[in-house]
Design a protein around this ligand. Structure first.
Ligand code: 4NP
Length: 149
């Protein structure tokens, strides 16, 4: 099973989601992340994301930002999008129904209509990053349970 986490810049939310998910799944799962924009391509995650993960004993410091590519729709089985703008963008890149079926909103699995998006912490502070971490951790747990059904 191959899982791709996607946000806008691939320096805050999806690197955290990748790091958290890797701690929850056995090693035969592949987990990666990407962004819908290439602005931060090649950069390590935002320092605040790295610090927040480190506070929870997760090392995301070696990740590098990359934009999502057409190949990702062939390689990955599941593509989880952090918010609705990202979802719309990713869906617009799909070529057929099989690819479309792989794409969903990250928090959809929680079934909570109020909390369907992972808010972008980029313009916020460490408190926002910690809140995002907690939401991502809940979502990753729910996805893990759904995948093992
Ligand atoms: P992310 O956060 O999508 O969670 O990685 C952002 C990172 C960078 C920008 C926006 C959001 N930016 O505008 O550069």
């Amino acid at each position: 099973m191959k899982i791709l986490m996607v946000c806008l810049g691939n320096i805050c939310r999806s690197p955290l989601a990748e790091g958290i998910m890797k701690t929850k799944l056995p090693e035969d799962y592949m987990v990666d992340s990407a962004g819908t924009i290439s602005l931060h391509e090649g950069e390590h995650p935002d320092k605040r994301a790295v610090k927040t993960a480190a506070n929870h004993d997760i090392d995301i410091s070696q990740q590098r930002s990359r934009p999502i590519t057409r190949k990702d729709f062939e390689v990955f089985d599941k593509i989880y999008c952090m918010d609705i703008d990202v979802l719309d963008d990713v869906v617009s890149k799909t070529k057929n129904e099989e690819e479309r079926q792989k794409v969903s909103l990250f928090l959809e699995v929680m079934g909570d209509r109020k909390n369907t998006e992972i808010p972008d912490p980029y313009w916020g502070d460490m408190k926002d990053f910690e809140a995002v971490f907690q939401l991502l951790d809940k979502g990753c747990e729910a996805i893990k349970n759904q995948l093992s059904k």
